[in-house]
Design a binder for this molecule. Sequence first.
Ligand code: BES
Ligand code: MN
Ligand code: MN
Length: 457
Amino acid sequence: MDQTFVDREQDRMLKELTEFLAIPSISTLPSHAADCRRAASWAATELRSLGCPVVEIIEGEGNPIVWAESPKIPGKPTVLVYGHYDVQPPDPLDEWHSPPFEPTVRDGKLYARGAVDDKGQVYCLFKAYEAARDGDRQPPLNIHFILEGEEECGGHAIEQLLTSEPERTDVDAVLVCDAGYYAPGIPAVYTALRGICYAEISVRTALSDLHSGLYGGVAPNALETLVRLLSQLKDDTGKINIPKVYKAVIPPAKSELKAWKNLPFKKKQFMEEETTTNTLTGLKEYSVFERLWALPTFDIHGIVGGFVGEGAKTVIPAQASAKVSLRLVPGNVWEKVLKQLDNAVQRLAPEWAEVSVRAIHGADPVQMDVSDPAFKVLDQAFIEVVGQKSVAVRSGGSIPVVTRLGSRGAPVLLTGVGLPDDGLHAPNEKINLDQVWDGVRVFGRFFELLAEREATA
Ligand code: BES
Ligand code: MN
Ligand code: MN
């Protein structure tokens, strides 16, 4: 690949990426369905202009999938490139220093919702492809693109598509660029992702809200009932009160635990720069990495009920609900965990309340074998461009479709150019522009090296 590409095209690239990021493609909010479509067609137009002869916007339930194929070169390997064009909601809005959908550069960093997760990284892959075919050269190998628009809310559409058309994943390697470096200067490939079981717990205690003066003291309160119930789902040590969730866990291999011990990690710095908390929670007998990567979690994301408007209202709420999730690790199966959560909730529910658990989405944990030769090729590209090969780590996050992407035996190279302080899902999400430019170079070089290796094999 022509290593001057990035220097030459930087200004144009920043303009294009800004355009992509300005589309508020928030998949979880139905009011943004049209914006998700606009983001899909922006990507499709881009792939057409990059010279892909096959570009499809595949309609199904929910947001469309974008599929593209580079000009077919028989005898060359095929890489499937995955990414997502949807983003998380931007709130709380007043914490952004510049509006989330008006991408702004400050100090070499591009701030916008989706900057790193995942539009900025998808864009890196587009430009890596463009760089690899710079001018009117053929790209050196076959590249297929698959982009979804529902990753942030469960990945249903792509799951459906790949269940009915699994041959789309019959490729030599899958490249997923939706994660990040282990630390500045240290690229990473991921050996596992946690799964997730996301649900809503609802409580009803009466037909309608009640006057808290007339009935307070005798009538049960749905919000209080919910909060008491939630507080019993995890104890003070951080242990989830659903024993079966732990019994299923397959602990990491000794060698993996040993490798984690050798990773550079400073708890104080981690708290200052990443969590911004003054303590870390969870089971103290396990290391921070074990708690993040190898143990299930239970979190409460939000509670709705009663009166939260301005002023005061003396009411006993008749109903309340909470959004919760468990992160899952190897051994856990999300549908089983959902039943176990339901059982636990019913066991803890007092007889005066009607309590229900409704699944919102789920994904199983996934482990990736990183021994395929394609990983060596990726490392070669990292070494040439950033002077450092990758470390193999896990992530506590989830990407529901990853299991599918590798189900036909192709190695899944999960990596990325994000940095630990990028603020995924948070206000002031950003991507460092130098990481974007390096990403274009790394993945461009990766495509070339992969083509060379296979051609001489
Ligand atoms: N890209 C993230 C997941 C991720 C981040 C993996 C960093 C590895 C390193 C992804 O977009 C994400 O946020 N996924 C959701 C999935 C869920 C809504 C089903 C998550 O983990 O909360
Ligand atoms: Mn992502
Ligand atoms: Mn995300």
